[in-house]
Design a protein around this ligand. Structure first.
Ligand code: UDP
Ligand code: MG
Length: 323
C-alpha cells in the first residue's frame, strides 16, 4: 500500500529537521518490513510560515524524494492546511495519515493504524490515552473542549485530535463536503465507513511553542459548535419561551395583586427585568448573527486554500510549475 503522511507546519523551523529524521527512520523500517510501498511519501504542508520552514522543506526534498512539500500562499490555519495536504495527495496514495509537526502524537501508532487499514477500516482515529506530560491547564482546557462539544451536539471522538488514517475512498468522500467553515474532527465521523481507534500516549512538544494558545482553542471550540450544531440557536428559542412564560405568570400575579388592593412599590423589580431581558435579547441576536455570518461566508464559496508550490517527484502530479 502507498501511504502518505500529511504534516501541516506553521513556523516549525525548530522541530522540522528532528521530525523529518524520525519519520524517515520510521518509513525505512515500514518499507523494509514490506508494510508500505516505497512510493510512500512524507508530505509537509507549509501553512504560510514566516520563518525558514519552507526552505527546510525544499532542502529535505532535494536530499531525499521521500519528502515532498506543499506551500500555501498564506497562513490559513491548521485545519485548512491539513485539508490542502489531504486533497493534494489523495490521488497518489491508498491511505493518508495526518500528523502534527511537533510529533507530540506517538508515531509508533502508525503501525497499528496500517494494520487496522489492512483489516478493512477506512478511518482509524488516533486517541490520546494519557496526557501525563501536558500541563494541568492544557489538559483541563483540552478535555473540557471535548466535553463541551459533545454537550453542544457535535459528534467528536473523545481525546482524538487530527491524528488519523483515512483511506483513499474516505478522502474522496471528504472532498465532497463543501463547507468553508472547517472543523475536520466533526466532519470525518459523518463520512461513515468502517472505523476503529488506536490508543497512544501524548508526549511533550520537542521544541518551539504551541501554536494553539487558549485564545485560539476557544475560537476553535466556538467554530466547532457553530459549524456543526444548531443547538445554541434552539437553546435561545427555549430560553425565549421560558422567559415569556415567566412574564405571563408575573403579569397574572401582579393583576391579582392589583385587584385585591396590594400595591406594587418600587421600580427595582421593573428595572432589573428590563435589563435582564435586554441583555438576553442582545445575547440571542449575537448568536443568531454568528450563524448568519457563517451562512454569509458559506455562500461566497471562497477557496479554502491556495497552493503556491508543490514539490513532488511524481510525474502525474502537475503543480510543480517552478521547474
Ligand atoms: N499549525 C498550522 N497552522 C497554524 C497553526 C498551527 O499548520 O496556523 C500546525 C502546527 O505547525 C502543528 C499543528 O498545526 O503541526 C498543531 O499545532 P500545535 O502543535 O502548536 O498545537 P498543540 O499541539 O499545542 O495543540
Ligand atoms: Mg502540538
Amino acid at each position: 500500500m502507498i501511504l502518505h503522511l500529511v504534516i501541516p507546519c506553521y513556523n516549525e523551523q525548530e522541530v522540522l529537521e528532528t521530525t523529518a529524521d524520525a519519520l524517515q527512520k520510521k518509513f525505512e523500517k515500514l518499507i523494509s518490513d514490506k508494510k508500505i510501498s516505497d512510493k510512500s511519501r512524507i508530505v509537509f504542508v507549509d501553512d504560510g510560515s514566516k520563518d525558514d520552514t519552507w526552505s527546510i522543506i525544499e532542502k529535505l526534498h532535494e536530499k531525499d524524494p521521500v519528502f515532498s512539500g506543499i506551500k500555501l500562499s498564506r497562513n490559513r490555519g491548521h485545519q485548512n492546511a491539513l485539508l490542502a495536504g489531504l486533497m493534494t495527495v489523495k490521488e497518489s496514495c491508498d491511505a493518508a495519515i495526518s500528523l502534527d509537526a511537533d510529533l507530540q502524537d506517538n508515531i509508533d501508532a502508525i503501525d497499528e493504524m496500517i494494520d487496522k487499514y489492512k483489516e478493512g477500516c477506512d478511518i482509524v482515529y488516533g486517541v490520546r490515552s494519557a496526557r501525563k506530560t501536558d500541563t494541568f491547564f492544557k489538559r483541563f482546557t483540552a478535555e473540557s473542549f471535548y466535553k463541551i462539544l459533545s454537550k453542544m451536539g457535535v459528534e467528536v471522538t473523545y481525546n482524538h485530535a487530527d491524528y488519523r488514517l483515512m483511506s483513499k475512498r474516505a478522502l474522496e468522500k471528504l472532498s465532497e463536503f463543501k463547507e468553508v467553515n472547517l472543523f475536520l474532527r466533526g466532519i470525518v465521523p459523518m463520512i461513515g465507513f468502517r472505523s476503529d481507534k488506536v490508543y497512544y500516549e501524548r508526549q511533550k512538544r520537542m521544541a518551539g511553542e504551541s501554536k494553539y494558545p487558549l485564545k485560539k482553542m476557544l475560537a476553535f471550540a466556538f467554530e466547532g459548535v457553530t459549524s456543526l450544531s444548531i443547538k445554541p440557536i434552539r437553546f435561545i428559542t427555549f430560553l425565549g419561551i421560558g422567559i415569556f412564560t415567566v412574564s405571563i405568570i408575573m403579569l397574572i400575579y401582579f393583576l391579582i395583586r392589583h385587584f385585591t388592593g396590594g400595591t406594587i412599590h418600587g421600580w427595582t423589580s421593573l428595572a432589573v427585568s428590563v435589563w435582564a431581558i435586554g441583555g438576553l435579547q442582545l445575547l440571542s441576536i449575537g448568536v443568531i448573527g454568528e450563524y448568519i455570518g457563517k451562512i454569509y461566508l458559506e455562500t461566497k464559496h471562497r477557496p479554502k486554500y491556495i497552493i503556491e508550490e508543490y514539490l513532488s517527484d511524481n510525474d502525474n502530479d502537475n503543480a510543480d510549475h517552478n521547474k
